[in-house]
Design a protein around this ligand. Structure first.
Ligand SMILES: Cc1cc2nc3c(=O)[nH]c(=O)nc-3n(C[C@H](O)[C@H](O)[C@H](O)COP(=O)(O)OP(=O)(O)OC[C@H]3O[C@@H](n4cnc5c(N)ncnc54)[C@H](O)[C@@H]3O)c2cc1C
Length: 376
């Protein structure tokens, strides 16, 4: 594969997973990251691998993709473990979606009726049955949906493991380097940064919420991605308050992590590229989390910040070819980039190196947006 060389723009989880996979297949790969690897949405994320809690009405294609990616996770981590010593584990914790009143219960029941027809385990519970699974759940919870197949992972450890594995496979990493222009040639593309110029036969755009604003991209290749702000709080759990399962209500989620912290997320705001954590964001998150889990009241706050989800117009990711030969998108992962990293790494590598596209990925081709479609 040494006749093909790659530049991956963006060193988030998606860019690093792509860089690692391509380097592992023997390609020459440079990842260009403006700041530090994994420092944006991939750091902020709660790390939930929760396609079953996340699926909503009319999102069956996304569910299939999420399920397939979740099934690929063990293989992905095993391969990663062949390259580096320290690889995060998957936590098989399940999700409880709790109803705090009659409105919540109606909403959860409608979702349950939809989920029940899909191919996974879902169970409707009373509040006391839910507390048998997770005793920390508020006595005020009157109902819950139990989704035992949802999982979570330490997304921060994962992106750092991918960085090490990428370097072990001979990858070239340029951190603190911002892409400032792209010039396409025939099998010879040039990417300028604020420090250097790199050349490659192929480019993968994985710049998260900034994928639409890379300087030098011709208008017809600009990807319709917008930033959706999410604020997230981290608390330090204690021996008495040690949540075992992911808890949600229609307003908030709580995800316990292996290091004894608890991530509470997340707001969803259309504020452009503003990432400021706000008083209102903190109030809403804590109030909603406390409603579901009153014992968080005394836990110390260790982190609070805002980050940007990369969202496409239909909130589905964009994975695949564009009309510019040798230019690919791995962008628009919105709320699901941690979950979808393995399937993106495996399937986009197959598209790029073997020209093979699976039926699973087809609904997510960038060319579904007519502006990006290949002229017939
Ligand atoms: C609060 C919050 C909670 C979330 N929770 C979950 C969850 O539990 N589960 C889940 O599956 N998903 C979750 N997500 C979504 C997930 O974080 C994203 O979908 C995923 O991280 C996107 O990865 P990425 O690599 O595309 O983007 P990013 O991680 O944002 O990486 C893009 C990178 O590109 C770099 N870049 C941008 N412009 C340039 C340039 N010009 N030159 C060089 N580099 C550039 C940036 O610096 C950045 O590091 C959450 C998101 C948020 C905000």
């Amino acid at each position: 594969m040494k006749d093909r060389s790659f530049i991956v723009i963006g060193g988030g989880l998606i860019g690093m997973a792509m860089g690692w996979k391509l380097a592992r297949r023997g390609c020459e790969v440079t990842v260009i990251e403006r700041e530090k690897v994994g420092g944006s949405a991939s750091w902020a994320a709660a790390g939930m691998l929760a396609p079953y809690a996340e699926v909503s009405f009319e999102e069956e294609a996304l569910l299939e993709l999420g399920q397939a990616s979740l099934n690929l996770y063990p293989q992905f981590l095993e391969e990663l473990g062949e390259d580096v010593d320290s690889v995060p584990e998957i936590f098989y914790s399940g999700s409880l979606i709790a109803g705090m009143d009659r409105d919540d219960t109606e909403r959860i029941r409608r979702l349950f009726e939809f989920k029940e027809k899909l191919d996974f385990e879902a169970e409707m519970l009373t509040g006391s049955q839910a507390r048998e699974i997770e005793p920390l759940l508020s006595p005020r919870a009157v109902s819950a949906m139990w989704l035992p197949q949802d999982k979570h992972i330490d997304n921060r450890a994962l992106v750092l493991a991918l960085k090490d594995a990428f370097l072990k496979n001979g990858g070239n990493l340029l951190e603190s380097s911002e892409v400032t222009s792209i010039k396409f040639g025939e099998n010879d593309h040039r990417v300028k940064t604020d420090k250097d110029t790199c050349r490659a036969t192929d480019i993968v755009l994985a710049a998260g919420a900034w994928s639409n604003s890379i300087p030098g991209l011709p208008d017809e290749l600009r990807i319709p991605v917008r930033p959706v702000k999410g604020q997230i709080i981290t608390l330090k759990m204690t021996e008495e308050v040690e949540l075992q399962h992911m808890i949600r209500t229609p307003r908030v989620y709580l995800c316990p992590k292996e290091d004894g912290t608890l991530r509470i997320g997340a707001t969803s705001e259309e504020k452009g590229f503003n990432t400021d954590p706000t008083a209102g964001g903190m109030k809403d998150l804590l109030e909603n989390a406390w409603e579901a889990l009153p014992s968080i009241y005394d836990l110390p706050v260790t982190e609070f910040f805002g980050s940007l989800r990369p969202a496409s117009p239909d909130h589905y990711p964009m994975i695949g070819k564009t009309k510019q030969p040798g230019f690919y998108y791995a962008a628009g992962f919105y709320r699901h980039g941690i979950l979808l990293a393995p399937i993106t790494a495996y399937h986009l590598t197959d598209i790029i190196l073997d020209d093979e596209i699976s039926g699973l990925i087809k609904p997510f081709e960038p060319m579904r947006f007519s502006d990006l479609a290949q002229a017939e």
